[in-house]
Ligand binder design. Structure first.
Ligand code: TYD
Length: 428
């Protein structure tokens, strides 16, 4: 659908339309109250802070005098410009929506009542700036949407849509003579949006694609895997990475191998059963591959094609390391067994938690009873570790190898930065 939306402009409001900003706004209002020795505002009061100018909110909702409101605003800003503006999240599905419209040729812009400094920083932080042809913020007290919309558009702009979650966005759009699309997942309801002139309503960011470009297929998502020896701390790190991806507006589908589908989970039970001591190495490798074949077709491919990010605990690399290395079937034999299973579907990014297998096993055994594979001798796990290192050497571009012997925080920070950096590059 390339070029389908050429000459079309789509202008977005920021808070409540692309980003969900209450966490930062509330924390900063609480901080200002604390600094001024005032009682902490309750949730109902805090809710009202999203939208109107700050000074107005402090005076009206917290009963401050003009002078006090000025002071409260200074404290608020002090925290907001350093911490608060990043206590923010992109609504799930916003990234794929913006990317799909952008790839279809639309010019995207932001019109926001926020000042320029936090707006620019927030857009850059979340890597949304690359999709934008215009960013218009409140300047010199001019925050009316009509004015901002007119300022964002070039003279020759074709069909234009204003997308927002509040009556101010819809009214501004109507006054500026552009089409209006209201979103109900933000801070305004459907009634408010319709009453203020919304021509169309979207309940999710994805529905915006359907309204503005019904023929467009969503842009491809991504396939991420996390690998490492038993006891490398994958579980915690996957949890944290999923949270970060969610905050950045990716729609995350979590999965695991062996398993990930009802059929795959049945195969998993056979594989990990401690009683199955008679299992031949080849049987084991084929069962992992069988579980994977189902997983690729039933879950991974459809989700990635819909623009989602699949985050999977183990995949093909585990077979290469455990059956190829650990069981000594050899890398090439295991890759050959898996070729029809994966059928070309390989991870875009693989996080490898790098830890000495002895340290990892000590951690693992302290946590719970070992399963059939974990019960293997130390030499088995040493070969698994070597197998992983061989894979990284063969395909360094795909791996994000992280030293997994640091603190949980250090590890998750490094993974988050590296994975988000790569994903955002893939969106270009
Ligand atoms: P699991 O309980 O998921 O372990 P972990 O939390 O360490 O991932 O069990 C999966 C076990 O299966 C693990 O020991 C690694 C092994 N495995 C293989 O041997 N080959 C494979 O292809 C996969 C996916 C896993």
């Amino acid at each position: 659908m390339k070029g389908e939306l050429k000459d079309t402009w789509v202008l977005f409001d920021l808070d409540g339309t692309l980003t969900q900003s209450e966490e930062g706004i509330w924390n900063c209002a609480r901080y200002a109250a604390e600094k001024m020795n005032l009682p902490a505002p309750d949730e109902a009061t805090l809710r009202k802070f999203i939208g109107p100018p700050l000074e107005y909110s402090f005076r009206t909702y917290m009963g401050l005098t003009e002078e006090q409101a000025e002071e409260a605003k200074r404290f608020y800003r002090e925290r907001y410009t350093t911490v608060g503006m990043y206590e923010n999240r992109v609504y799930p599905g916003v990234r794929v929506m913006m990317r799909t419209l952008w790839k279809a040729g639309a010019k995207l812009g932001i019109v926001t009542g926020k000042p320029a400094y936090p707006t620019g920083k927030i857009l850059e932080y979340f890597g949304l700036d690359k999709f934008l042809s215009a960013v218009v913020c409140a300047t010199d007290g001019h925050a009316e949407k009509e004015h901002l919309i007119r300022k964002a558009l070039p003279e020759d702009a074709g069909e234009t849509w204003m997308v927002g979650d509040r009556c101010f966005d819809m009214e501004g759009g109507v006054k500026a003579g552009v089409h209006t699309l209201g979103v109900t997942y933000g801070y305004g309801g459907e009634e408010e949006l319709r009453d203020s002139g919304a021509e169309r309503i979207a309940r999710t960011p994805r529905e915006i694609i359907g309204i503005l470009c019904p023929e467009a297929k969503p842009e491809r998502g991504a396939f991420l895997t996390v690998e490492g020896p038993d006891g490398s701390g994958k579980g915690t790190q996957i949890e944290r990475l999923a949270d970060a991806l969610d905050r950045w507006g990716y729609e995350v589908v979590r999965s695991r191998e062996p398993g990930g589908t009802p059929i795959g989970e049945k195969i998993r039970a056979i594989l990990l059963d401690r009683e199955n001591t008679a299992m031949a190495d080849e049987t084991e490798a084929l069962l992992y591959a069988a579980s994977r074949a189902q997983h690729v077709r039933e879950k991974i491919r459809p989700a990635v094609a819909e623009g989602k990010v699949v985050l999977c605990d183990r995949f093909l690399d585990s077979s290469v390391a455990y059956q190829g290395g650990g069981r000594e079937l050899g890398i090439d034999k295991v890759l050959a067994i898996n070729a029809p299973a994966v059928d070309g579907t390989l991870p875009d990014i693989t996080v490898y938690l790098d830890i000495d297998h002895r340290k990892a096993m000590a951690r693992r055994c302290a946590a719970s009873e070992p399963d059939r594979l974990e019960m293997e001798a130390e030499s088995f796990h040493a070969r698994v570790e070597d197998g992983y290192h061989e894979l990284i050497a063969r395909d360094p571009g795909r791996f994000v190898a992280v030293n997994a012997e640091g603190t949980r925080e250090e590890i998750s920070e490094e993974i988050r930065e590296k994975v988000l950096g790569r994903l955002m590059e893939m969106e270009q």
